[in-house]
Design a protein around this ligand. Structure first.
Ligand code: NIG
Ligand code: FE
Length: 384
């Protein structure tokens, strides 16, 4: 992860939406000298970010809870008072599919402008059969109606709605939601919020095993607030990734070592909630890879700005800029099974790129946190 190869004074050729060549300027093939060119002198050309964990589809922001948090309430206290995920569900249920799409599409364009080219989008603010399906249809439409590559995840097991017992809700997920999601082919993956006060490791396992029967591979919200057993159940069920990891120790690290699960840190959520950051250096020194995603959602990370996530990874998790860029491009692409087409500048991959403003070095990008240094964006070979 420490190695991020960089070519200075280089060319890159894009044809038919795909990267078809690159190299040193001195080796530029003469046959392509007459093609349309973009001069990027003084700038960096990066592979687009792959954001492997978001809750991009939601109805309304929750800044009232933000203020409660400032005054001392914890995430769990807010959730227990009907805030949190249930608050988002109440608002989302009132919107039609078209209205929900209109709320979401602006956020999709915002993340495109900050360099994201592929994104995973979860359900989990519907919590009824109809509203979960509505969320996933909107997520699919984001993929169809913007240049983003979208992968979708069914997260019915995000919270238990007030009007139903937990056992009944789990049965609803197993018997009705999962088959209905599969019937419309709405989800690539299945996720569970495995956490004290939400879903236990056993419940998580039941839900994801059912999802697997319907072709949805697991990825798990694990170890955000406690050492909840989420990492272990993720490894046991063959999850593609375990995400959050604010609360992991030696046990979780050694379990992950013997697996092909991608550990994924969500530094925006740790920052926003004031949680400890995942022990990135310890994990990497143990030989684990690490991915970085935004967790863009209205409750715990109201930003999908990947350059900011890279800065947080460097500043708060002591990752080098090279490690943080690898973590948010090729490693997240791997976690989303997009590594053959996304996540690096490789011949044959999609021409999903962003071009920076003129900057003095690679490290300047995470160093100058909060500056918008993405000057232009190319997705599917088209400058936007
Ligand atoms: O990833 N942890 C669970 N889900 C989201 C937060 C959801 C919310 O508060 O709306 C997360 O942090
Ligand atoms: Fe999340």
């Amino acid at each position: 992860m420490a190695v991020l190869p960089v070519l200075a004074d280089a060319y890159l050729i894009v044809s038919n939406g795909v990267i078809s060549g690159y190299g040193s300027m001195k080796d530029l093939p003469s046959s392509i000298r007459s093609a349309a060119t973009i001069d990027v002198a003084g700038r960096f050309v990066f592979p687009s970010f792959v954001d492997s964990h978001t809750h991009l589809v939601y109805a309304a922001s929750r800044e009232e809870e933000f203020v409660m948090k400032i005054k001392g309430a914890t995430y769990e206290e807010i959730a227990a008072k009907g805030g949190g995920i249930l608050n988002s569900a109440k608002k989302l249920r009132q919107l039609s599919e078209d209205e929900l799409f209109e709320c979401t599409v602006g956020r999709a364009w915002d993340i495109i402008r900050t360099g994201t080219g592929a994104v995973e989008i979860k359900s989990g603010y519907g919590l009824t059969v109809a509203d979960e399906l509505k969320m996933l249809r909107v997520a699919k439409r984001i993929g169809a109606e913007t240049p983003l590559t979208v992968k979708t995840t069914f997260l019915g097991a995000h919270a238990v709605p007030k009007e139903i017992t937990k056992d009944d809700y789990i049965n609803l997920i197993l018997q009705e939601m999962i088959p209905a999601v599969a019937e419309e082919n709405l989800a690539d993956y299945i996720d569970v919020f495995c956490e004290q006060g939400f879903f236990s490791p056993d419940e998580t396992e039941r839900v994801v095993e059912r999802g697997k029967e319907y072709g949805m591979k697991p990825r798990i919200h694990a170890n955000q607030l406690h050492r909840s057993g989420g990492v272990q159940v993720g490894v046991k069920t063959g999850a593609l990734s375990v995400d959050h990891l604010e609360n992991v120790g030696d046990d979780e690290i050694s379990v992950l070592k013997n697996s092909s699960v991608m550990p994924t840190a969500l530094p925006g959520a740790a920052f926003f909630l004031g949680l400890p950051f995942p022990p990135a250096r310890t994990m990497m020194e143990a030989g684990l890879p690490l991915a970085i995603a935004s967790d863009y959602n209205p409750g715990s990370s109201p930003s999908g700005n990947m350059p900011m996530m890279v800065s947080l990874a460097c500043i708060k998790m002591k990752m080098t800029p090279e490690e943080a860029f690898n973590a948010s491009t090729i490693n997240t692409a791997c976690a989303l099974e997009l590594d053959k087409t996304h996540g690096s500048i490789t011949i044959g991959k999609k021409a999903n790129l962003f071009i920076t403003k003129p900057v003095s070095s690679l490290a300047y990008l995470p160093y100058a946190y909060g500056s918008n240094l993405v000057e232009s964006v190319m997705l599917n070979g088209k400058i936007l």
